[in-house]
Design a protein around this ligand. Structure first.
Ligand code: FPP
Length: 253
């Protein structure tokens, strides 16, 4: 058994243990794509698709609990999404605020740690303040919901590099100290395990600047379902597919 699998509570898949104990990802990440197409197909505004996307997220969070997934990270707004029409951007910001205000009690009640990764300073100040408050309130909980907002994988790595350069300039570290562990320690949520499985909905098959550093050994699952239509069957199919993967992480079998 690989050491990491042991620590993370996973077991390697073989005919015997698959029947006894399905292997769930510890950390599931999702690119929630297809909200716009879902709305347009119904003659509605794109924002209606994002609203339906929030409902889908709530359902998936529930299914994660059933499946034993400990961390759910979702790509809610990328650094590139700022280029979208103003009303869509402001609608999404309002949706994030409403979500935090309406769901904070439920998250606390369900003991779910809430956190945001991304360039928080880009967000409207009231939203940033609500995020900080809920992050603090839920900091001690084990299960986690991580929202990637104003997030870009390249931005995350660049931000880590900037902090490392500042420490080097201040004489706190030497160039020789820079290794993968040090870079990893300067990411937005350095304590999180890397995502085991990344699901992308809507038929697109690309990473779109999501968790670039963290996805080095992630498994991928693509489905044609648009995010608001992502069903329990789709979720179960993704996890069943994951359970069959042979995760060698560059090592031998
Ligand atoms: C991509 O679909 C989706 C987004 C850019 C936003 C995702 C946001 C949500 C699901 C809302 C999450 C909200 C909270 C409160 C957590 P798209 O709009 O690019 O769809 P398209 O490719 O069909 O146009």
């Amino acid at each position: 058994m690989a050491k990491e699998d042991d620590i993370r509570g996973n077991v390697p898949v073989n005919a015997e243990n698959l029947a006894v104990r399905p292997v769930a990802p510890v950390h599931l990440a999702v690119i929630m794509d297809g909200n716009g197409r879902w709305a347009i197909a119904r003659g509605r505004k794109r924002l209606a698709g994002h609203r339906a996307g929030v409902d889908a997220l709530e359902r998936v969070l529930e299914w994660c609990k059933d499946a034993g997934v400990k961390v759910l990270t979702v790509y809610a707004f990328s650094t590139e999404n700022w280029k979208r029409p103003k009303d869509e951007v402001s609608g999404l910001m309002k949706l994030f605020s409403t979500f935090i205000r309406m769901k904070s009690r439920k998250l606390v009640h369900e003991r779910i740690r809430f956190r945001v990764i991304g360039r928080i300073d880009d967000l409207p100040p009231e939203l940033a303040a609500d995020i900080a408050k809920l992050e603090k309130e839920t900091a001690s909980f084990e299960r986690q919901l991580v929202l990637a907002v104003s997030y870009g994988g390249r931005a995350e790595i660049a931000d880590a590099a900037r902090r490392i350069a500042a420490d080097a300039a201040a004489g706190k570290i030497r160039p020789d100290d820079v290794d993968e562990a040090l870079v990893g320690s300067r990411l937005y949520a350095p304590d999180l395990p890397d995502p085991d499985l990344i699901i992308r909905t809507s038929g697109e098959q690309r990473i779109s600047n999501f968790l670039l550093w963290e996805c080095a050994y992630s498994e991928f699952y693509f489905t044609d379902a648009l995010w608001p239509d992502f069903s329990r069957e789709d979720f179960d199919a993704a996890l069943a597919s994951y359970a069959t993967r042979d995760r060698r992480r560059g090592g031998h079998a």
